[in-house]
Design a binder for this molecule. Structure first.
Ligand code: ADP
Length: 398
């Protein structure tokens, strides 16, 4: 296949990131990347930089709606300053039970994925909006969906099935797992020596952890929605269902409809809980570490809970994998927070995880385990756009 410009679109609840690659089967070269951030505010950010990091666009526009935000991106890409994309890859968090494979996007496919908005309510609305707009604004250019759930398709039924009545399972309620493109990118970067028993901890503002056997996902912490699993920036993680019922009943006392009460509960569980909820201060690890240095006991408790939950998941995954060859930290906290990595690993010596404190005293790609550690411990930044480009090139060739 000849080398083609491939555009990657990756939307979050208040941002749209994009990058343009020149790619064929064997090589992928990044040409540009950019983002619009702060959608819904008067002071958004819009920037584009080239592969050397030189800023080509650096603006602070008002971004009242996602329509305004995406138009800025589309106008820039149509300006003639950048190669016109020959294909577009869209990151999609969850396509529901019927859309599990990366594939060509049609309007029918978008409608089908939109039916399952409830499984990723913060991500799906903007992602499907951008897919529709991309089909309209880039006519004739093939668009492909790349799902975060795709990597987790190999999990066995005993892992994916939820202990609920069959009528709800039949509606697609099951464990899907998220951050799949990040996990895929770690396995990709470890090739050709992917360890047989691998655990990857993706610790960002959203956090999850996966057990990977021979390069395939065996288990992951997130469930039906990204709110499940380990505690993260603003999400509860797994929690006694009775807690949610208690909060729901409290909310319902002052709310007019059941659906308004459910919406409020969703905000509590996914935007006000986690590190933010426990610390009462911030969901940002850097701020929490600063507060801990100032003696803030609630910040200490929030980080301790984060560390404790992750260590517990690592322990259960080591049991599931029958041992461990490698633990990888990734995501903003995994790559940068030296103390979090040290605290997680401090109690895991019995599982064969031993850090070298000096090697751990670093940010970015590194091996941080001691020479005599039975399991290697590494830090590897994710390369999600590269994985999306690879899928697009593969699908174009089919
Ligand atoms: P998202 O899930 O939004 O992609 P990121 O992967 O960017 O999140 O991670 C954001 C988290 O990483 C925040 O909690 C932030 O405090 C933390 N982080 C980023 N840089 C550092 C750093 N230098 N030291 C400690 N934590 C950091």
């Amino acid at each position: 296949m000849p080398s083609l410009p491939v555009l990657v679109l990756n939307s979050g609840s208040s941002s749209i990131k994009f990058s343009l690659y020149q790619a064929c089967d064997s090589t992928q070269t990044k040409l540009f990347e950019g983002a619009v951030d702060g959608i819904g505010t008067d002071l958004g950010k819009f920037w584009i930089k080239d592969a050397a990091g030189k800023k080509l666009v650096d603006q602070t526009p008002a971004l009242p709606t996602r329509a305004v935000a995406f138009k800025l991106v589309a106008d820039a890409l149509h300006s003639g300053s950048y190669p016109a994309p020959a294909a577009i890859g869209h990151r999609m968090v969850c396509g529901g039970p019927t859309v599990q494979k990366n594939q060509l996007i049609t309007s029918e496919l978008i409608d089908e994925m939109e039916r399952y908005t409830a499984f990723a309510p913060l991500h799906t609305p903007i992602a499907v909006y951008i897919m529709r707009e991309a089909l309209r604004l880039f006519p004739g250019v093939p668009n492909f969906v790349c799902l975060d759930t795709y990597f987790h398709r190999t999990m066995p039924e005993v892992v994916t099935h939820m202990p609920i009545p069959e009528e709800y399972s039949a509606m697609g309620v099951r464990r899907y797992g998220y951050h799949g493109i990040s996990y895929e990118s770690i396995v990709y970067q470890l090739q050709p020596n992917v360890p047989g028993r691998l655990i990857v901890a993706h610790l960002g503002n959203g956090a999850s952890i996966s057990a990977i056997r021979n390069g395939q996902c065996l288990d992951t912490s997130m469930g039906l929605t990204p709110t499940g699993g380990i505690i993260s920036g603003t999400r509860t993680g797994d929690i006694d269902p009775g807690v949610l019922l208690f909060i729901l009943r409290k909310i319902a006392q002052t709310t007019e409809s059941a659906s308004a009460a459910a919406d409020q509960l969703e905000i509590v569980a996914s935007k006000k809980a986690g590190l933010l909820g426990v610390s009462g201060r911030s969901n940002d690890m850097r701020e929490l570490r600063e507060a801990i240095r100032d003696g803030d006991a609630k910040a200490r408790l929030a980080v301790d809970k984060f560390v404790w939950t992750i260590a517990k998941w690592i322990g259960s995954f080591v049991a599931e994998l029958g041992g461990l060859d490698m633990l990888v930290f990734t995501g903003g906290i995994g790559e940068n927070d030296i103390a979090t990595r040290a605290e997680i690993c401090a109690g895991l010596g019995a599982l064969g995880i031993m850090l070298d404190p000096e090697r751990n005293n670093t940010r970015g790609k590194a091996t941080i385990s001691a020479d005599n550690s039975p399991a290697r411990v590494r830090v590897i930044p994710p390369a999600e756009d590269l994985i999306i480009v690879n899928h697009v090139v593969r699908l174009l060739g089919e």
